[in-house]
Design a protein around this ligand. Structure first.
Ligand SMILES: NC(=O)C1=CN([C@@H]2O[C@H](COP(=O)(O)OP(=O)(O)OC[C@H]3O[C@@H](n4cnc5c(N)ncnc54)[C@H](O)[C@@H]3O)[C@@H](O)[C@H]2O)C=CC1
Ligand SMILES: O=C([O-])CC(=O)C(=O)O
Length: 337
């Protein structure tokens, strides 16, 4: 058996964590041979709930879970962690956009960036789930200058999973038959879900999704809109935001970062933009990436339609605006933000 690794989940008493903790502790992210010490970070009013979560984790009798560390102290929560799932933040309610959470939530990510900088391993992999996820990841990284910025990412995997599921249902094929759907830009209603590079395997033959669907009106219309607005549709139905699917997506994201992507396949992650595909530099922008040896690389050389270019420009502009707003909320001179 390998040495245990320490993994922190923030917002550990919340609804996403309730599904996520179980999946991590079962070995679905870091592997079935990787023992885990789980750090559960939440805030003082949630201590009682956190105690219940700790009881339930014990009652699951999971062989890989060697220790659970519940805490409200970031110094303890982030101590020596190799992976961080930053979930803890306020969720939106019906009628809100995710960026409406900016002023409440960016301050949390400032504090957590500072704690990661001081206490986490320098090669920690950080996944930001709490909304607005892209801009929170940017803020977090800016306050953790001793950790490489490539180690910070924001979650758009839920959008990728939603888009893949829509296309598979439309084509009447299993989910596993559809690969390389891309989510570009912000985890918000300006994101661009793009099936333009995607492939489907049916009856032993690989075809482009565009050819298989043969309906540009759908691919540029209701497909895009359904994925962009799926989070709001779940809130309208459940009166609470997506949780089980968000936890599954967080596991998929970290799993692929940790273990790599298959040759020829890519996944979408919000990562620091280098200006690829005319995106604004130095915002956290969702790109298609390939992953090897725990390092992601933006897939280069894809040909984008004029429609796609317009969509990328809209979502890039929103990210730039969010970044400016975050700076005004934080009211500080973070040199590298
Ligand atoms: N990126 C994505 O695809 C998705 C993001 N989300 C976002 O994830 C976040 C969490 O959602 P839920 O679990 O449903 O919310 P929740 O309200 O059920 O749980 C959030 C938890 O975070 C805790 N928390 C608040 N401030 C904290 C801090 N400073 N440190 C540690 N913990 C803190 C709260 O006490 C609470 O227990 C929300 O911002 C939501 O919008 C949700 C779904 C998908
Ligand atoms: O929509 C929300 O506020 C929660 C979320 O990020 C999602 O479900 O994609």
């Amino acid at each position: 058996m390998a040495e245990p690794i320490r993994v922190v989940v923030t917002g550990a008493a919340g609804q996403i964590a309730y599904s996520l903790l179980y999946m991590i502790a079962r070995g679905e992210v870091f592997g079935k041979d990787q023992p885990i010490v789980l750090h559960l970070l939440d805030i003082p009013p949630m201590v009682g709930v956190l105690e219940g979560v700790v009881m339930e984790l014990a009652d699951c009798a999971l062989p890989l879970l060697v220790e659970v560390v519940p805490t409200t102290d970031p110094a303890v929560g982030f101590k020596d962690v190799s992976a961080a799932f930053l979930v803890g933040a306020m969720p939106r309610k019906e009628g809100m956009e995710r960026k409406d959470l900016l002023s409440a939530n960016v301050k949390i990510f400032r504090t957590q960036g500072q704690a990661l900088d001081k206490f986490a391993k320098k090669d920690v992999k950080v996944l930001v789930v709490g909304n607005p996820a892209n801009t929170n990841a940017l803020v977090c990284s800016s306050y953790a200058p001793s950790i490489p910025r490539e180690n910070f990412s924001a979650m758009t995997r839920l959008d990728q999973n939603r888009a893949t599921s829509q296309i598979a249902a439309k084509l009447g094929v299993p989910i596993s038959a559809v690969k390389n759907i891309i989510i570009w830009g912000n985890h918000s209603s300006t994101q661009y879900p793009d099936a333009g590079q995607a492939k489907v395997t049916a009856n032993g033959t690989v075809k482009s999704v565009v050819d298989a669907i043969n309906d540009n009106g759908y691919l540029q219309g209701s497909f895009v809109e359904t994925v962009q607005k799926r989070g709001a549709a779940v809130i309208a139905a459940r009166k609470m935001s997506s949780a089980m699917s968000a936890a599954k997506a967080a596991c998929d994201h970290m799993h692929d970062w940790w273990n790599g992507t298959a040759p020829g396949q890519f996944v979408s992650m919000g990562v620091f933009s280098d200006g690829s595909y005319d995106s604004p530099k130095d915002v956290i922008f969702s790109f298609p990436v390939e992953i090897k040896n725990k390092q992601w690389k933006i897939v280069s050389g894809l040909t984008l339609s004029d429609f796609a270019k317009t969509k990328l420009s809209v979502t890039g502009k929103e990210l730039q605006e969010e970044k400016d707003e975050a700076l005004s909320v934080l009211d500080s001179n973070v040199s590298n933000l």
